[in-house]
Design a protein around this ligand. Structure first.
Ligand code: ZN
Length: 152
């Protein structure tokens, strides 16, 4: 998994965009379930993902044309037991939603860590490590919420 800088940045932008979209959906679901506290957590995460995407885009500028990447490389994974969208929506208790988000944050963290470890490019290594740390903070924030949320 040794990426060039543009390849790596393309992945990072796509991952942040995916995270932002999913967090918006999760926030809406939690509002529908009348859990405004957890909805706010997801709205904050949505904002952080957008900010991160914008700062990555700024770094890229318009000098580099980003390569196309495949959706399986950045899409969030749905829990395997979930069938269609309706089932997904109704099983999303606050605890499930937080667990789902946590799994995908930790997946992003591991992705960035392995990039930082395996890349030959010094800048990719540096950014990979920096982004992995951010994802670790997100994972830990979700862990704290999971501790306070009844497992239903
Ligand atoms: Zn994150």
């Amino acid at each position: 998994m040794s990426y060039t800088l543009p390849e790596f940045l393309a992945h990072a932008v796509a991952m942040e965009e995916e995270a932002a979209e999913r967090y918006l959906e999760l926030a809406d679901m939690m509002e529908a379930h009348d859990n405004l506290e957890v909805a706010k957590v997801f709205r904050d995460m949505h904002r952080f993902s957008n900010l991160h995407r914008d700062s990555i885009r700024e770094r890229i500028g318009d000098m580099v044309k980003l390569p196309a990447i495949k959706s399986w490389q950045y899409r969030w994974t749905t829990p395997p037991e979930v069938g269609d969208d309706d089932a997904f929506d109704s099983m999303m208790t606050p605890f499930n939603a937080l667990t789902y988000a946590r799994e995908n944050e930790s997946r992003a963290m591991n992705y960035y860590r392995s990039v930082a470890k395996e890349s030959d490019d010094a800048e990719v290594k540096r950014l990979g490590a920096e982004f992995a740390e951010e994802e670790q903070e997100h994972t830990e924030a979700l862990d704290e919420w999971l501790e306070r949320t009844p497992p239903t």
